[in-house]
Design a protein around this ligand. Structure first.
Ligand code: NAD
Length: 229
């Protein structure tokens, strides 16, 4: 299993949260990424994601994403799944398969009234009407805010149970519950390895650390892994 965080997309020009003093595009996380903020001021939250969306949608994958495609195509020792905390679509754009977006996707909206998820590549506002139930003002970006449950966790739990190699790429280990996955995988017998610019707070959960830019280090590691397999 590969767990990716914002760091894997940094070399594609998408800023991470924590490397910019806890700000995302100059906004405090509490103002734009919590469910309380959405209920308090949905207009502001919609404005933020409507502004962010075009940049995320036009970003292109970098060598780290492409290395995963190569691994998935050529690895002989098992199936490679990608569990991502990212809301961008760079794994898909690079041709990655078996991608689980546990924090949602920037190109979707979800109705808080009936639960319908819809594709939303354009703007979503408080005026947007749900195509399923017809109720206005209840569409939310399909992004998991702090205070909400993660998506696809049953599938991720099953993957962690049988995972033999757990690779974390560009994730700070500060966001629960993704920061517990390495430990769970290790408990089930997986080898664990982390790719980051520096060791993270979870460093004891990893057997090996590869320090550097994921776009440089991951392709080299994939070469090694493919040679071994
Ligand atoms: P984070 O911002 O907390 O941490 C990013 C990590 O990536 C850091 O540990 C940093 O050292 C590392 N990093 C930065 N550049 C790197 C590079 N070139 N190579 C390797 N590592 C690098 O990210 P997070 O832990 O994923 O959590 C933040 C949350 O913010 C996520 O849940 C996600 O939903 C959201 N987010 C998403 C995006 C995106 O979709 N691209 C961008 C920003 C934030």
């Amino acid at each position: 299993m590969i767990l990716s965080g914002a760091g894997i997309s940094a070399e594609s020009g998408i800023p991470t949260f924590r490397d910019s003093d806890g700000l995302w595009n100059n906004h405090r996380i509490e103002d734009v990424a919590t469910i309380e903020a959405y209920y308090r001021n949905p207009e502001m939250v919609h404005d933020f994601y409507n502004e962010l969306k075009p940049d995320l949608l036009k970003a292109e994958p970098n060598p780290a994403h492409l290395a995963i495609t190569r691994l998935q195509n050529e690895y002989k020792n098992g199936t490679v799944s990608v569990v991502t905390q990212n809301v961008d679509l760079l794994h898909e754009k690079a041709g990655n398969r078996n991608v689980y977006h546990i924090h949602g996707r920037i190109d979707e909206a979800v109705c808080m009234n009936c639960g319908q998820v819809m594709t939303a590549k354009g703007e979503v506002t408080t005026e947007t009407v749900c195509p399923q139930c017809g109720v206005p003002a209840m569409m939310k970006p399909n992004i998991v805010f702090f205070g909400e449950n993660l998506l696809r966790m049953n599938e991720v739990d099953a993957l962690l149970d049988k995972c033999r190699l757990f690779i974390a790429v560009g994730t700070s280990g500060a966001v629960y519950p993704a920061n517990t996955f390495a430990r769970t995988a290790k408990y089930h017998g997986a080898d664990t390895i982390e790719f980051n610019l520096h060791t993270t707070v979870n460093n004891r959960d990893f057997d090996r650390h590869v320090i550097g830019k994921a776009g440089e280090t991951l392709p080299i590691y994939v070469d090694e892994l493919l040679k071994e397999s």
